[in-house]
Design a binder for this molecule. Structure first.
Ligand code: HQG
Length: 200
């Protein structure tokens, strides 16, 4: 039905905006925005097997509005609608400073927690939290309540790692917050060392 089509559109938008701009020759600004009209020209199909070209600007607006983690932002500039992913990028052309707001004081953050899986824990305790393919390690600024989704962690995680925000900031780790309230950091060279874990 319509909902599934919009869901599938949202998933494709996530993939393109986080990971594929370069290979698709898509014009992306350093703050992650691309023109919606450029997106709608791409010769791709969504996971519902619907050609991107058959979607409309209104479909894109609906996908943005209905996204359960507020993954996207829209921007109207001189009558031209732009869209970006708020976080999760792997593209080196996206600059943290223009996409994200720096966190300067520990008081700005109540909780900072990374969700992961038991199978990763041994390795994480050995080498720290790594950003893997992405530009940043992701943290949520709260915990999911009653099976709700929360931006910044997956739904089915079974281990929580809390970051000592004060210590991290004091020692010069750069922390950022995205428009959808995900806390992001490159750590030091892509790694958040174990000594910044508050508790697990
Ligand atoms: C793990 C989803 C072994 C890390 C979520 C994670 C988030 C290690 C995985 C966003 C490790 C990386 C990001 C180490 C880290 N050894 N495993 N040293 N260091 N890991 O997808 O945080 O639905 O890059 O714990 O909600 O899972 O896509 O990061 O399990 O916001 O919008 O390596 O993706 O949002 O996986 O998820 P990811 P993530 P969306």
């Amino acid at each position: 039905g319509g909902k599934d089509k919009i869901d599938a559109l949202g998933r494709l938008l996530t993939r393109i905006l986080r990971h594929m701009a370069t290979e698709l020759n898509l014009n992306m600004r350093s703050d992650g925005y691309v023109k919606v009209q450029d997106l709608l020209k791409l010769n791709m199909k969504t996971f519902a097997n619907v050609p991107l070209r058959s979607h409309t600007v209104d479909d894109i607006k609906e996908a943005v509005r209905k996204d359960n983690k507020q993954r996207f932002s829209l921007l109207d500039e001189n009558g031209e609608l732009h869209i970006r992913a708020n976080q999760g990028h792997t593209l080196m052309t996206v600059e943290s400073e223009s996409l994200l707001k720096p966190i300067l004081l520990p008081e700005e953050v109540q909780v900072c927690v990374h969700g992961t899986y038991r199978t990763n824990l041994e390795s994480i305790l050995e080498s720290g939290l790594r950003r893997m393919r992405r530009l940043h390690v992701h943290f949520s600024c709260g915990l999911p309540t009653d099976g709700e989704v929360i931006s910044g962690m997956r739904r089915n995680i079974n281990v929580l790692i809390f970051l000592d925000v004060r210590k991290a900031l004091e020692e010069g780790m750069k922390l950022y917050i995205s428009d959808n309230k995900v806390i992001l950091t490159e750590g030091f060279d892509g790694v958040v060392p174990v000594k910044y874990f508050e508790k697990i």
